[in-house]
Write a protein that binds this ligand. Sequence first.
Ligand SMILES: [Zn+2]
Ligand SMILES: [Zn+2]
Length: 379
Amino acid sequence: MSKRDFYDVLGVSKGASADEIKKAYRSKAKELHPDRNSDNPKAESQFKEANEAYEILKDANKKAAYDRYGHAAFEGGGGGPRPGHGFGGGDFSSAFSDVFDDLFGDFMGGQRGGGRRAARGSDLRYNLRVTMEDAYSGLQKSIHVPTAVACSACDGNGAEGGAEPTTCPTCSGMGKVRAQQGFFTVERTCPTCSGLGQIIKNPCKTCGGQGRVEKDRALNVNIPAGVETGTRIRLAGEGEAGMRGGPPGDLYIFVEVQAHDLFERDGTNLYCRVPVSMAKAALGGAIEVPTIDGGRGRVQIPAGSQSGRQMRLRGKGMPALRGGGIGDMFIELAVETPVNLTSRQKELLREFEDLSEDNNPESKTFFSSVKSFWDGMKG
Ligand SMILES: [Zn+2]
Ligand SMILES: [Zn+2]
């Protein structure tokens, strides 16, 4: 499937400024948001498409790469996301923080009169690559996430020496101020307290009044059996700490399962292409095949098997995520024509060919169809 040009998706020209791109994205996102388009099945994919386009175009580096190489800049070649890349607010929270907080603020009229509105911490994204074997068995993984944690010097409230923060005089603790803009009265985040409703006279020296500090956090995560590329695991509350005691964000682990040398996966089924010699395919016999659990399976090849013949090993596929059984493994035979023949082998094969009569029914059928085709052309 060919991908649409990102500029077309957002409806802007190539020369559009960062502001114009953001504006175009916001109006697309409003228009296409799934919550408002329950009767339009196409909206969701268009919404995703707009998100994807904006992810790239809002980032100067990615935009430059896209302008030079097009979609190829972000596809294939083992490039792709890697652990350690794309952490933090910058990348992932873009659509959901810098635009959607605004959006929902617009829709819902913000948190009116909420008073102590402590800002929630950002969600974090962690890209994790796992092997097919790990995806089969599930694994316990220790990861390091650069994040923000509550400041221990001030207990997260941002004030030096345990002093209580005081109510912001500009907004009287509302966190918002009203301003006239054209015909409308709009509410803005209070510039004095940044919407928190409180100010701190003596900010904590350790965290500068933020109530949180940067830290590399080690986490043990449990990757369940059956994950696939694109599986997203949410660890609630494991994202960045909020500002001045606000609730923490969530951590999302995005899984990428690496390709395997022997097995190809389709959902819960596995496919393994197994070469067999011409003689074995003709005579039949047993072969041993690998299974994803590290074991061996024995498969009986019927005499006269052709290339492409599939045989099923039940229950030797991948487990479904969160229960729901296990898939099958399919062996696909690939009959290998022998090469590097000795003169003795050639002699035997010629003798065999001379003795062959009804041994190749498919060839026979084919050539008789060919003959009637040519005969038909004449008539
Ligand atoms: Zn204020
Ligand atoms: Zn502090």
